[in-house]
Every structure is written in structure tokens, then in C-alpha cells.
Design a protein. Structure first.
Length: 197
């Protein structure tokens, strides 16, 4: 994610993801294409985690949205809730698979930082996004009473390892988002790899 956060882009992505959610939940892929790939080449993949992350932060920033945007957000939220109920088993399977997949992907970051410490800071931002989405999925899992001891163990192990590569820093995303992500829960957003001279 760029440090230049745009509410309207986040809302448009959330709407497209919500509109593609039913087809995505019925499919077998962990990473889907939002409503037929309407974003172009830099489109984020459609996943439950990518959607719930956007919906939660847009809701937290709703006082900065226009009335029309609030209405669009409410529609996307309702689609999400409906699909969550309608496709409950598929939904649960998708979020557990996605969280595992994102945590597994962070391993590449550790390998790259170990092999090339000077590159570590440059490749940190995608890992921040991955870890944030895993946290959002964890919130959904807690809310839906979905438990996975294996996933919890993997997340704890990843966090221990991640802490070994980073030090406290200023908030790494746009300042507009800082109120959405408290430092006690989203600590990795307030850390960065040590830059080697």
C-alpha cells in the first residue's frame, strides 16, 4: 500500500470486491479477480481479507465520506454480510486458507532479509499489508467463533520472527489511517527493518 491513501479508491475497490464475492466464494482459488478485473493492471486480488480490511477502515473513516459514499459503503457491507451468511462454510474455508497463505508468503521476506539485509527495508511494505490482512481475518474469525490452533501457532511464530527483523519506527502507512490501526494490535505498522548503511 502506498503512503498516499485515497478513500475513493478504497471504496471503489471494496464495492467491486463485494460485487464479485459470491462468485469468488463458490470458486476454489484463494486469490480472485474483483468483478471481472475492472481495476486494471494494479488491481488488488479479491479475497475475504482484502475486502474486510477495506470495509472496516472505511467504516472507521466514515465521517470523511460524503453521504453518497456512505450509502455505497453500506451497500458493500450488506453484500458482505449476506454472502457471509449465505455461503458460511465456503466463507470459513476461504478465510482460513487465505490467512495460512499470507503467513506462508511472509517466509520469503525472512529469507530475502537474511540473504540480502540491505534490501530488507525496500521489501517490507508488502509484508505489512499481508500481516494486516491476517489480523483483519483474525478479527472475523473471533467474531464468527472460527478457531484454528494451527493458524494461531503459525501467526505467533511469524510474529516472533518478524520482530527480529524490525525496530520501532513511525507509522508506515498514510497518517490518515493511523487512527484505524492502534499500535498495540497492529504493532508491525509502527516498525520497520533496520536500514543497513
Amino acid at each position: 500500500m502506498s503512503s498516499q491513501y485515497k478513500l475513493d479508491r478504497d471504496l471503489n475497490e471494496a464495492k467491486q470486491m463485494a460485487n464479485g464475492l459470491e462468485e469468488y466464494l463458490r470458486g476454489s482459488d484463494v486469490y480472485g479477480t474483483p468483478a471481472g478485473g475492472m481495476f486494471g493492471g494494479d488491481a488488488p486480488a479479491l479475497t475475504v481479507g482484502a475486502l474486510v480490511m477495506r470495509l472496516r477502515r472505511l467504516d472507521a473513516l466514515r465521517d470523511q465520506l460524503t453521504d453518497a459514499q456512505r450509502q455505497e459503503l453500506a451497500q458493500a457491507q450488506e453484500i458482505h454480510r449476506h454472502m457471509q451468511r449465505e455461503w458460511a462454510v465456503h466463507y470459513e474455508q476461504k478465510i482460513v486458507k487465505e490467512a495460512n497463505s499470507r503467513l506462508d508468503a511472509i517466509r520469503t521476506f525472512f529469507e530475502e532479509c537474511s540473504d540480502h539485509p540491505r534490501n530488507c527495508a525496500a521489501i517490507y511494505k508488502p509484508e505489512v499489508l499481508r500481516r494486516t490482512i491476517v489480523q483483519e481475518l483474525g478479527r472475523v474469525m473471533a467474531d464468527q467463533k472460527i478457531f484454528s490452533a494451527e493458524l494461531d501457532k503459525k501467526r505467533r511464530e511469524m510474529d516472533v520472527k518478524l520482530r527480529g527483523f524490525v525496530r520501532p519506527a513511525t507509522f508506515v502507512w498514510s497518517a490518515l489511517l493511523q487512527e484505524v490501526y492502534p499500535a498495540d494490535e497492529f504493532w508491525w505498522l509502527y516498525h520497520a527493518p533496520v536500514t543497513e548503511e
